[in-house]
Design a protein around this ligand. Structure first.
Ligand SMILES: Cc1cc2nc3c(=O)[nH]c(=O)nc-3n(C[C@H](O)[C@H](O)[C@H](O)COP(=O)(O)OP(=O)(O)OC[C@H]3O[C@@H](n4cnc5c(N)ncnc54)[C@H](O)[C@@H]3O)c2cc1C
Length: 388
């Protein structure tokens, strides 16, 4: 068993850390305040391969492992959590397109998606089906060489600013449940698509979130990912990786706030001494760093399971997502507390990390759903041996 990063991973980590410190961190506050989606910066990340991290080299991707990917995303998130999180969604959607897309689709989209010149959104959630995604109602009706899409998606990250949508839609009947769902690659400007207003959010302000409506949107049959009826499975396979990516974004945010808190405690004086000298606060720091290290290792373990196509990879990804996003948020919260009133001010970056990390407990499957996945496997036959 080897816990150290290898030379290559250390090099990726450094490249991501440098990019994050130079290109993300200095602008994160402005992007948050002005709600700017930094597409040019995302393309610069793409130039370093960060928009195609685990896409196959055959399609122009970087061909990294999931373990390499979480190391990079953690660093990006320490600069701007919201932008790193969008990059993670783009990577997930691009991977789905290149993994299951027809030759024509891959040829059409891959190069621009890998470079970050074009961006992708993942469209699963609907107003009435969030956690219960298998009950989604957006429909795709076959019509000769085409499919016709009708329905609406909610909460779509990047919507209105991305170029291509991975849309999960029903090709079967409502009674077919998840088995009646197929996945499609849809040009974001196809006739019949309209976008709602940019949602006003607590965090994740450097990326838009909108509803998307589909009214008789005609797309070529070549836009189908995999086969009819495989869409839900494809969506969930995308999310295995998506969940550990989002978990890494929480780790990155938490590490950044921990670093800020440590420095602040050493500088801030009260009662004639540095607040870092109060043992109660030292214990807090000790707990924060301990839990953060545990969460990071949990994410890396899940990434390892995914890389090795372990039979229980989905459960490990769910456990890691639940644990790391809960711990990540708690560390951000504690770091804010350690800053006293200053932690609450926009002048300091802590409250932004806190706001950005909060949503990670909700999206890509809520942490309650992560517990559903974990408990279901544990209680099934062989569960005790599978998860230990
Ligand atoms: C900023 C933001 C960006 C997003 N981006 C995207 C995106 O790009 N693409 C996309 O498809 N979606 C996206 N989402 C949607 C997100 O994935 C959903 O919000 C999430 O899956 C929860 O669905 P819901 O909001 O409908 O909550 P609900 O499913 O209505 O859940 C409400 C509450 O009930 C709990 N609950 C539900 N079912 C159970 C159960 N069986 N057992 C225990 N508790 C349960 C939930 O955990 C939650 O606490 C985004 C959401 C946000 C906020």
């Amino acid at each position: 068993m080897q816990f150290n990063l290898n030379q290559e991973q250390l090099a990726f980590q450094k490249a991501a850390r440098d990019f994050s410190a130079g290109e993300l961190a200095p602008h994160a506050q402005e992007w948050d305040e002005k709600k700017l989606f930094p597409v040019k910066t995302i393309a610069s990340a793409g130039a370093l391969g960060f928009c195609s991290m685990y896409c196959d080299e055959k399609v122009g991707g970087l061909g990294l492992s999931r373990l390499d990917t979480v190391i990079i995303l953690e660093e990006l998130a320490a600069g701007c959590t919201s932008t790193a999180a969008f990059i993670s969604i783009h990577n997930m959607a691009s991977w789905m397109i290149t993994q299951w897309g027809s030759d024509a689709i891959v040829k059409h989209w891959a190069t621009a998606l890998m470079s970050g010149e074009k961006l992708a959104s993942y469209c699963l959630t609907e107003a009435d089906s969030g956690s219960d995604a298998g009950n989604l109602r957006t429909s795709a009706r076959a019509d000769g060489e085409y499919y016709i899409l009708n329905g609406a998606k909610a909460f779509i990250s990047g919507a209105g600013a991305t170029d291509v949508l991975v849309v999960m839609a029903r090709t079967g009947s409502a009674d077919d449940g998840p088995k009646g769902i197929s996945a499609f690659v849809v040009p974001a400007d196809a006739a019949g698509i309209s976008y709602g207003k940019n949602e006003i959010k607590m965090g994740w302000n450097s990326q838009p979130t909108k509803t998307i409506s589909f009214e008789d949107v005609r797309i070529s049959a070549e836009c189908l990912l995999g086969r009819e009826g495989e869409g839900f499975k494809i969506a969930m396979q995308g999310l295995d990786g998506g969940r550990i990516n989002i978990a890494s974004c929480s780790i990155g945010a938490a590490q950044a706030t921990l670093n800020h808190a440590k420095q602040y405690m050493q500088e801030r004086r009260q009662f004639g001494q540095s607040i870092a000298d109060f043992q109660a606060l030292q214990f807090k720091l000790a707990d924060m760093v301990t839990e953060l290290v545990a969460a990071r290792q949990m994410v890396r373990l899940a990434a390892f399971k995914l890389d090795n196509d372990d039979a229980d990879k989905t459960t490990y990804c769910a456990m890691a997502k639940r644990f790391a996003t809960d711990i990540g948020f708690r560390v951000c919260d504690e770091a804010l507390q350690l800053h006293g009133g200053y932690g609450y001010l926009r002048e300091y970056p802590i409250e932004r990390f806190f706001r950005d990390a909060r949503v990670h407990q909700i999206l890509e499957g809520t942490n309650e759903i992560m517990r559903v996945i974990t408990a279901r496997r544990l209680l099934a036959e062989g569960g005790t041996e599978a998860i230990r």
